[in-house]
Write a protein that binds this ligand. Structure first.
Ligand SMILES: C[S@@+](CC[C@H](N)C(=O)[O-])C[C@H]1O[C@@H](n2cnc3c(N)ncnc32)[C@H](O)[C@@H]1O
Length: 173
């Protein structure tokens, strides 16, 4: 099947499971990427079906992309992963199944955090990023509904970030 047709089919499959392949608007992500330099080695924590990964990779600013997700055993995760694989085909992508309590990576230029949005998980992700990255940390869901989780963790560990549409955030270290 042609790639776009397969993406369309898998997207419909995800809808059948009650999931959207694109969970949120992405305008703010394009604005965030404009603030980043070129030749990035980056990690995304929480890649789901690869919507944001594709935007990062198509920007032309990413040389190497580490994709971290713990997924789960429900059948829709394999649909999401097929979508991720199709969307990121042809790029230098390393997929890692797990979370930041176990994953070890070399130095990075940028970490984008969009996985478990609890205070504990976001704090752990930020500390993981700080241990191997002295350039940029960003993520999603810095906004309404996340005052006691994402906002609290980011403000406490990194200071007030630059924010973008769709609850995206970025800190230059
Ligand atoms: C909101 S989705 C990511 C969406 C994606 N960044 C995008 O914009 O296209 C969250 C993802 O985080 C993953 N996840 C949840 N908790 C996690 C954790 N503690 N560690 C790693 N991945 C996790 C889920 O499996 C899911 O795929």
């Amino acid at each position: 099947m042609e790639k776009q047709a397969e993406i369309k089919k898998l997207t419909i499959d995800l809808y059948r499971y009650g999931y959207k392949a694109q969970r949120t608007p992405k305008d703010g992500l394009y604005d965030l990427i404009k603030k980043l330099p070129k030749n990035l080695v980056m990690a995304e924590i929480g890649y789901w079906a690869g919507e944001s990964a594709e935007i990062f990779l198509k920007s032309g600013k990413v040389n190497k992309f580490y994709a971290i997700d713990q997924y789960g055993t429900a059948p829709y995760f394999s649909v999401a992963e097929k979508l991720f694989d199709l969307r990121t085909q042809g790029y230098d992508v390393v997929k890692i199944r797990g979370n930041t309590s176990t994953v070890k990576l070399p130095d990075l230029d940028f970490v984008y955090i969009d996985d478990d949005h609890s205070l504990k998980a976001v704090s752990r992700d930020i500390n993981w990023a700080l241990a191997r990255n002295h350039k940029f940390i960003g993520g999603h869901d810095y906004g309404e509904g996340y005052q006691n989780t994402v906002i609290l963790a980011v403000d406490k560990l990194l200071g007030i970030p630059k924010t973008f549409k769709d609850k995206n955030w970025l800190v230059k270290l």
